[in-house]
Design a protein around this ligand. Sequence first.
Ligand code: AMP
Ligand code: ZN
Length: 454
Amino acid sequence: MFNTLSRNKEEFISIKKDRVGLYTCGPTVYNYAHIGNLRTYLFEDLLKRTLIYNGYKVRHIMNITDVGHLTGDRDMGLDKLEEEAKKEGKDAWEISKFYEQSFWQDLEKLNILPPTKVYHATKTIKEQIELVETLEKKGYTYKTDDGIYFDSSKFPNYNKLSHQDLDALKEGARIEKNEAKKNPTDFALWKFSRPEDKRQMEWESPWGTGFPGWHIECSAMSFLGLGQGRDIHCGGIDHIDVHHTNEIAQFEAAKDEKFFNYWLHGAFLNIAGGKRMGKSENNFLTLNRAFQERNINPLVYRFAVLQTHYRKPMEYNEEIVDNAKLALDALYNRLRALGKEKGEINQIFRDEFLSAINDDLNFPEGLAILNNLLKSNLSVADKLATALDFDKVLGLDFNKVNQAIPKDIRKLFLEREKAREAKDWAKSDSLRKELENKGYRLEDNFGNSNIYKI
Ligand code: AMP
Ligand code: ZN
């Protein structure tokens, strides 16, 4: 795997035999996840499934940031969660609960395996405060008007993950407003509540009422969830320079131990010719909007993500999605034609597939091997068994292509087809809704309809 720490492909060696401790940074739940975020969660799922396919037992920890970050990267600006609460006229706790729920639903639609354990920022305040206390005792912190800060100049090799030129950063920082910071790369560990903000989420601490800084939760939770088994830490590439760099500095300064051995980062999903999709960019699309509202199975997105290597930028537009959909439909049809009888897993193809995906998650190559398998002269039963084995990692529901749809659903589906042919749109729409209420969604397939389970 390509390790951001060394900027090299390295052989993966786990700390504990046959076990892997994996930490993936979770979402800040002040809005819906967009398909850019979901690209990163898909990449992490492919990594995790690849490890499992190799025989490892994976302990996967994810955090939910259910307390607001500040909108600026550098501890300035507004609190996103409290802002959203004001906008929607709800309280901050309701907001985080609602968007977290929606996040889990998105993951399920994409066949992303749930983490072994999830920690919430608001429920681990004690552990976060303890970590800040340790840093304070060891002399890494200082106090300003608005909070307790980490002095990054006291931590050697602060830029070991980002490889950034710190002198250039200093130059750039002159335009920044936070003048109380000693160094531009210093960051908040604890922020004080300002009376005029009337915060809904705040806690007591040894330094005064306030809320934790942006990065401390992940350092605290990695240790809480993984103990000494801290093998791999992941996120999107935007997390390298600030968030992950600061996680490392805090943790290693507090504990005098290496934080994680491997750091893997996924490239962006772009839109409109190379522009990053982002919440703050105002160009984002949810899974619902980009797929379900167009009556496209969300697994088409999973398939599109599989077709692009995780370290390469990926472009989103409707045409790309339509092409992925055609390709996935064609694949499903080929699998359907194999029938239901399962033979033996072919070891030669399995080994080829395994070595492709073990080469820094080369899934485009993995899909090419699947294609070769289906074209090969193996028996249909062996092809099916082998393809189903690959699907343990691909997660594309190959096992469902020949699954019978329940009778009552099939009946509704056929009725809806009739209504559609007769151009009775009202009836066709109400039948579509009825199917959705029963957990099935129709996919309009260039003239034909398919049905899939939501
Ligand atoms: P956030 O909720 O902003 O912390 O983002 C959640 C995850 O999505 C992080 O791992 C980000 O690095 C990742 N992410 C944000 N924008 C994109 C994008 N356009 N493409 C891929 N990943 C992204
Ligand atoms: Zn994190």
